[in-house]
Ligand binder design. Structure first.
Ligand code: RIB
Length: 328
């Protein structure tokens, strides 16, 4: 079994509630309940596999029904799996709340995912990969180990720092070739980045004092590119939700607009982007812009369906969508 994309990361049992309005503190609202497989790592792996690229997911679960559900869903998605069972941990779980506009709130308990150790990841499984992807729902020591090993093997390493946890270890960026944060993760990264500090004291980066998502949105493409370069990662792709994404490479940058689609559920859209990007790198012979263009189509299609992993589109749907859009 050779997988061109390997995703090492989280599997989480999603407990999703759909309601018109988010409850206010102290309020109870009635909604629809849909449990399903999720976790940023698993969602990204499913997105890449469904896009038609042989993909392996490496993760950890507890000895419970949720872990068994991961195996069953992976089979139907054509995803290769290396799941380590952690007897002393429960499978990760998340409460996902989605309102009538498709916006989401998520609370996650990482459970067995934090127990995934470097020794759980057999080196031969990483060796054939063209692209290796990690996120922030695993122990940072494990993420660092995987990205370092993959880079030594000559793979393209992709790190999605979601969610940004207080114990974030910037050392993982040394082994990252493509960094994909959303707006809030990008703001958090630049605030703790020593080489960004001098730039953040100058206009327009210091508008309003602290660097926030609003400051980010107000930046010109050229200014945002300068800030991305300070992170000292070869490629930075900032996902901007309905605003699309911004791709910064050493000597060139590009803003890609989001597709205008009917939004049902935005939970997992970022994962659709990251998994679609990994698949796109393989499909388009490592062309970053082509892969980002493909990723934004995968993300757009994923928000039109409920759920996270189950909302990822298949290759035929993506091709049809891109064909229609390119003809506009
Ligand atoms: O990005 C969405 C995912 O975040 C959900 O599937 C949930 O499990 C959390 O990990």
């Amino acid at each position: 079994m050779k997988s061109s994309v390997v995703v090492v990361g989280s599997f989480v049992q999603d407990l999703a509630f759909y309601t018109k309005n988010f409850p206010r503190p102290g309020e109870t609202v009635v909604g629809d309940f849909r449990p399903g497989p999720g976790g940023k790592g698993f969602n990204q792996a499913v997105a890449a596999a469904r896009a038609g690229i042989p993909t392996l997911f490496i993760g950890a679960v507890g000895p419970d029904a949720a872990g068994a559900g991961a195996r069953q869903f992976a089979r139907t998605a054509g995803l290769h799996l290396h799941l380590v069972e952690k007897p002393k941990h429960a499978t990760g779980a998340a409460v996902v709340t989605v309102n009538g506009a498709g916006q989401n709130h998520i609370i996650i308990s990482l459970g067995a995912n934090l127990g995934l150790k470097p020794r759980d990841i057999p080196a031969p499984l990483l060796a054939p990969a063209q692209v290796v992807v990690c996120q922030g729902e695993s122990a940072y020591a494990t993420v660092g180990h995987v990205l370092r090993t993959a880079r030594r093997n000559g793979a393209i390493t992709v790190f999605n720092p979601a969610p940004m946890r207080p114990e974030f270890d910037p050392a993982v960026l040394r082994h990252t070739e493509v960094l994909i944060p959303n707006e809030s993760e990008f703001a958090a990264l630049v605030k703790q980045c020593p080489s960004c500090a001098a730039l953040l004291r100058t206009a327009p980066f210091n508008a309003g004092g602290e660097f926030t998502e609003a400051t980010l949105h107000a930046l010109s493409p050229e200014a945002l590119h300068r800030l991305c370069r300070c992170l000292q990662v070869p490629v930075v792709i900032v996902t901007l939700g309905a605003r699309g994404c911004f791709v910064s490479q050493p000597d060139v940058y590009l803003r890609i607009r989001a597709h205008d689609v009917e939004v049902v559920d935005t939970a997992g859209a970022g994962d659709g982007f990251v998994g679609g990007f990994a698949a796109g790198l393989v499909k388009f012979k490592h062309n970053i812009f082509e892969a980002a263009h493909y990723a934004s189509a995968v993300a757009a299609l994923s928000v039109m369906q409920p759920g996270t992993a189950p909302s990822m589109p298949i290759a035929r749907e993506i091709a049809r969508f891109l064909k229609k859009r390119d003809h506009r």
